[in-house]
Design a protein around this ligand. Structure first.
Ligand code: UDP
Length: 431
């Protein structure tokens, strides 16, 4: 199968720039598909001259670096102009093989959907599309100072929604958004929850050892934010909530530790520098520590070391971070937006908060700290409801159904040319 991930590579470290949950999704699902005997070729844009054209990620999963525009200096917003070059490279790669080399296309994010739409028509195989985020939804929940997504993206998404043979939504909420806001066909819109690696993110490792690894004291009260630093993710709400906790209980200063793991993303950012300035202006700089993006093992230790993981996002199509924290036995305080009410079981694995008032987050954090032991058990149990294996299994079902449908209705490209010629000559006769 061909997987399209135009704007961000599965080989990138998530937690900075354009690399986040979608990258993790593509990697985890591709590995599971390969384990089921499905060869996966992932096409992504080359962003450095050092990258080899082809990389074997794991046996059965190949990453193809496509030349489309200059390696460096292009942001996500510049990429619509490179879609023709990207598509041409994908089509040329397929043309090197026997017809029917790819059985199905899975595109991730609307830029890839545009490429997939054309390849689908050319190859006569189904296009399965995952939006990951939707511009209309994002624009309806903008953080202060965040730039709205452009109309070109909205139109591009509408086109892909209309063209895809199957749309994969992370949650029922996202499926509803696709149907109501994008006029998606409900019969072609499937809910396939993402997963979590329950072996990598486990509560089995000793919490004290994790705290030593992360460098926080045994008796610290650790609040954790993990994710790309951008207004949408609202790390500022956590800092305000921490300031409130300290104002209400000054003695806590000796124990409170706020960890912010991640790096900036996109333009118009809440840069760490801005967050640092906010911490200074709130008088809490001494308790806030900024940590660069972490690989899975170190990240798991950060989750385990925390008393509470806080996900105060203005919007979140799912929120893998919430699931990973829970898998490590750490309860979550999250905004009740997007996929987070699915990712977090309110009152069982954490607490959901309506809105973004720091006072409400401070209260929710207090509640979770008081009930941490029981919520920790609930957190792991809730995380165990999700698995990448199940995600991959549901995707295979979606691919198979779409392929069956396609075989029934699609004619070969040669037949389609013949049809077009016939239609032209009929039109000519009529004239
Ligand atoms: N992540 C990571 N290292 C970091 C920070 C984040 O690997 O230092 C990963 C994290 O494990 C998660 C993903 O980035 O799987 C973020 O996904 P999420 O759905 O929470 O947010 P998104 O990036 O999709 O907005």
């Amino acid at each position: 199968m061909a997987t399209l991930s135009v704007h961000t590579s599965p080989l990138d470290q998530p937690g900075a720039g354009d690399a986040g949950g979608m990258n993790v999704y593509v990697v985890e699902v591709s590995r599971r598909l390969a384990a089921r005997g499905i060869a996966v070729e992932i096409f992504t844009r080359a962003t450095s001259s050092d990258l080899p054209p082809v990389v074997e990620m794991v046996p059965g999963v190949t990453v193809r670096h496509v030349s489309a525009g200059p390696f460096e200096g292009l942001g996500k917003d510049d990429l619509p102009a490179q879609l023709c070059a990207f598509t041409a490279a994908v089509l040329r790669e397929e043309a090197r093989h026997e017809p029917g080399f790819y059985d199905v296309l899975h595109s991730h994010y609307w830029l890839s959907g545009q490429v997939g739409w054309l390849a689908r028509d050319r190859w006569g195989v189904p296009l399965v599309h995952s939006a990951h985020t939707l511009a209309k939804v994002k624009n309806a929940a903008l953080a202060e100072g965040d730039a709205p997504e452009p109309m070109a993206r909205v139109i591009g998404e509408e086109q892909v929604v209309a063209e895809a043979d199957r749309l994969i939504a992370n949650t029922v909420e996202e499926a509803r958004q696709l149907v109501r806001w994008y006029d998606a066909d409900p019969a072609r819109t499937l809910v396939v929850p993402p997963g979590v690696d329950l072996e990598r993110f486990t509560d089995r490792r000793d919490r004290a050892a994790a705290r030593r690894a992360v460098g926080v004291a045994d008796d610290a009260l650790v609040l954790l934010f993990v994710g790309r630093i951008q207004p949408l993710k609202a790390p500022d709400v956590l800092l305000h909530a921490a300031a409130r906790l300290l104002a209400d209980e000054p003695a806590l200063r000796a124990r409170l530790q706020v960890l912010v793991v991640g790096a900036p993303s996109g333009s118009g950012l809440a840069e760490p520098r801005q967050l640092q300035e906010l911490a200074v202006s709130l008088g809490i700089a001494d308790v806030v520590r900024f940590v660069p993006p972490q690989g899975p093992a170190a990240l798991a230790d950060h989750y385990r070391a925390a008393d509470v993981a806080v996900v105060p996002s203005h919007n979140e199509s799912f929120g893998l971070v919430a699931l990973e924290a829970q898998a490590c036995g750490t309860p979550v305080v999250a905004a009740a937006v997007g996929g987070l009410p699915t990712a977090v079981a309110d009152g069982v694995s954490g607490v959901l908060v309506d809105g973004h008032d720091p006072a409400d987050y401070a209260a929710a954090i207090r509640k979770v700290v008081e009930q941490r032991e029981v919520l920790s058990v609930g957190a792991r149990q809730h995380a165990e409801c999700f698995s990448w294996d199940r995600t991959a299994g549901s995707l295979v079902e979606a691919y198979t159904a779409a392929m069956g449908e396609m075989r029934a209705v699609v004619r070969s490209p040669r037949d389609r040319v013949r049809d077009a010629v016939r239609a032209f000559s009929v039109g000519g006769t009529a004239r």
